[in-house]
Design a protein around this ligand. Structure first.
Ligand code: 3H9
Length: 703
């Protein structure tokens, strides 16, 4: 079968698209569709049906073509060709009709869909806007407000919701045709339209009444979008296009959309977001894992520890319908853990993100226990107890005793040596790290930590399972802090050095937040609690680096200022709004501690702060790659974009370094090293070699 086939069945010209895996609109597909629609104009067919093979209708333009010179026909050419057809064209949707795929369908005169189908315009998630009429057609069908929300959120909606909005004309009843459900039902729908002499209904002809939204609607919408999407141009341009749909003739709206699409396509923001799109798919692949390694089935899960972390982890499995046994030391602790989970679900129901029915179904999947014996038959156990090696080893000894042979034993540790944990069991090949990020039911990132003896099938299971529960898995080898926290330590360290040298918490956080970080490093410290780092440093009381760099947070903890939970840390927090305020007491303390260490305060520019914090990430990231801790640079970008609030439109720390160029990174690192003599600035050998060869981080696969 070629990418586009054409046949006539029962007077319906069927244009069948077949471009696996997701029928992305490659040049061959675009040309094939146009040719088939043209051919159908002169044959005996009475209507034309566009239908897709495989798991989905067209999932959008082919994103991999965006980095290459454009080739004709463009998608707008295809849209125009379909729209001008003299015979009705009907799109039959299944799977996910997204982006250019939905635009293709909007060009058709009618749209039908299987009940399981979803439709959406997710271009904004790639730093783009719909470039083949989406911003002009969708408001004509769904109304301005719904269209603006759909296009600026990028989130898909169900076929039923799309039907209610008027985007889809018919939701097909697939029960009646179990063999080839879509074909039969869609052909039947096309024939019904013919029997009713349904007119050629072109979305472009629908008028949007000029008074459809209030006078300052777009002004307010732009303000909201600016807050929601700091630093991103595409959402503002989407608002411009939808306003044009209301105020201008359609061809003027389409011209504006085309201009804005081109602008976004060539923006650094979109290039970075497209990099992450592919990186998030690449990271699921384990280099060197044989194709015939099969994943084990995971039909039940045990979780050790029903605290905030354990409960959050349990929710992931419950949401996927996998039964969970959550173990706590006694009934009270168990009841507290289950109550936290219940509260989290109830909050989602209240916000309208979850139905009561789904909540009940999920809660029914989670059962508490205080008896290890009840974990004897589970396929996977995840330990989420206090971050202490001895305690974790005790848990694993116990699991080794009770769990069935072949069960996967996972630790959620963020810092401990996984191999030392595995070593206390008789089955280190079944031990793996599954490092969830807090809140575990929300954060997408999952670091999958491969111990020295972890078996390939356990690894394959973890990577597959992660996707099944909606996580983005990134493989790491064992080291202190794995990928994310090991780099974060260097980033935090620079933030504290800047603080000692004369910058204020507000300046440091402001410098990083205005650059796009979701939260500055010191605000993050206050949020997670300053006592965590304090306790870790207590284990190394004689480390001179700790005394020099972290004397301020240590002093704050000793004053009872643990961060947000005590209303004060680096900042003081408004008890009502939780808004942070700079605190003169902290500034004075910082100056005093710096003076005691012989540091004369100076003024640091935001540029210097950003340069140091980001280069600290880059240099440590390079070392992580050199050591083979991460498989590829883009995996590190995925870690930072999904677990550490790194702005997606900057692509991640290693992508950022690639944009600067190896040579420039090296010059900056050498400069900092010469100035401070701090070994952290000694350029990683990988950076030296990239600078010498002119290669990028993203060209390298390390493991
Ligand atoms: C657009 O349409 C612009 C237009 O408005 C205007 C144009 C003028 N292109 O995600 P998966 C690959 S912008 C190329 O693992 P799933 C993907 O890389 C586009 N490749 O599957 C992966 O490759 P590999 C708007 C694509 O079942 C493989 O397919 N559309 C594309 O978990 C499987 O992908 C979007 O943004 C593509 N468009 O999820 C939709 N899509 O196997 C983007 C996928 O080598 N796509 N690939 O790693 C998705 O959201 C998900 O892929 C989808 C399937 C939900 C469809």
């Amino acid at each position: 079968m070629s990418v586009v086939d054409y046949e006539i069945r029962n007077q319906i010209g069927i244009v069948r698209l077949n471009n696996p895996p997701v029928n992305a609109l490659s040049q061959a597909l675009r040309a094939g569709i146009l040719a088939a629609v043209e051919r159908a104009q002169t044959d005996e067919s009475r209507a034309i049906l566009i239908i897709c093979e495989g798991r989905t209708f067209v999932a959008g333009a082919d994103i991999s073509e965006f980095n290459q010179p454009p080739v004709l026909p463009t998608l707008p050419d295809v849209v125009a060709g379909i729209e001008q057809s003299q015979k009705p064209v009907i799109a039959a949707l299944h799977g996910t009709a997204l982006g250019g795929g939905l635009e293709l369908a909007l060009a058709c005169h009618y749209r039908c869909a299987l009940p399981s189908a979803k439709v959406g315009l997710p271009e904004v998630k790639l730093g783009l806007l719909p470039g083949a009429g989406g911003t002009q057609y969708l408001p004509r069908l769904a109304g301005v407000e719904a269209a603006l929300e759909l296009i600026t959120s990028g989130n898909p909606v169900s076929a039923q919701r799309a039907h209610t909005l008027g985007v889809i004309d018919a939701v097909l009843d697939d029960e009646k045709s179990p063999v080839t459900p879509l074909d039969n039902a869609a052909i039947a729908y096309a024939q019904t339209l013919l029997s009713q002499s349904a007119p050629l209904r072109r979305v472009r002809d629908i008028e949007i009444p000029p008074d459809t939204v209030s006078e300052n609607y777009f002004h307010k919408a732009r303000e909201q979008l600016a807050r929601r999407y700091r630093g991103q141009p595409a959402p503002q341009l989407i608002a411009d296009c939808i306003q044009a749909a209301v105020e201008k003739p359609i061809d003027a709206g389409l011209a504006l959309e085309r201009m804005h699409f081109e602008r976004c396509l060539h923006s650094s923001e979109s290039a970075a977001m497209r990099h992450l799109f592919f990186a998030e798919r690449q990271c699921t692949k384990v280099v060197g894992l044989a194709k015939d390694v099969t994943a084990k089935p995971v039909r039940s899960v045990g979780i050790i520890g029903g605290g905030t972390m354990g409960g959050g982890i349990a929710m992931n499995f419950a949401n996927a319908g996998i039964p969970v046994r959550m173990l706590e030391i006694n009934d009270e602790a168990m009841a507290r853990g289950l109550a936290i989970v219940q509260r989290n679900y109830a909050a989602s129901v209240k916000k309208g993100r979850l139905t009561q029915e789904s909540m009940d179904r999920a809660m029914a999947c989670i059962q508490g226990t205080t008896d290890y014996a009840e974990l004897s038959q589970v396929d996977l156990v995840i330990e989420a107890v206090f971050e202490n090696l001895e305690i974790k080893q005790q848990v694993f000894r116990k699991l080794d005793e009770v769990c069935k042979p072949g069960a996967i034993l996972a630790s959620n540790t963020s810092y401990q040596d996984l191999d030392a944990i595995a070593a206390v069991t008789r089955r280190p090949e079944d031990v793996i790290g599954l490092h969830f990020f807090s809140p575990a039911n929300v954060m997408k990132l999952l670091e999958v930590v491969r111990g020295a003896q972890t078996s390939d099938s356990v690894l394959a299971t973890a990577m597959q399972l992660a996707r099944a529960i909606g996580k983005v898995p990134v493989l790491s080898r064992v080291c202190y802090g794995f990928i994310g926290n090991r780099m974060l330590n260097q980033y935090f360290r620079q933030a504290h050095l800047c603080l000692m040298e004369g910058a204020t918490p507000a300046q440091i956080d402001g410098a990083m937040e205005s650059w796009g970080m979701a939260m500055g490093p010191l605000a993050v410290g206050d949020l997670s609690g300053l006592d965590i780092g304090y306790k870790a440093r207590q284990a190394e009381p004689d480390n001179p680096d700790h005394q020099r760099v972290y004397c301020l947070p240590d002093a704050l903890v000793e004053m009872g200022r643990l961060g947000q939970k005590t209303g004060a840390g680096y900042y003081r927090y408004d008890p009502e709004t939780r808004a942070r305020e700079e605190d003169a007491e902290v500034l004075a303390l910082a100056r005093k501690l710096a003076a005691e260490r012989g540091v004369t305060p100076r003024s640091l520019s935001d540029e210097e702060i950003r340069n140091r914090l980001l280069l600290a990430l880059v240099n440590e990231g390079a070392r992580i790659l050199e050591e083979g801790v991460a498989q590829r640079a883009s995996d590190i970008d995925v870690v930072y974009a999904n677990g550490y609030g790194f702005p997606r439109y900057r692509g991640g720390p290693m992508y950022f370094a690639d944009q600067l160029g190896g040579e420039a990174v090296l010059v900056r690192l050498r400069g900092l090293y010469a100035e401070t003599g701090d070994p952290c600035w000694k350029p990683a050998a990988l950076i030296e070699s990239l600078a010498a060869t002119g290669k990028n981080f993203t060209d390298e696969v390390m493991a």
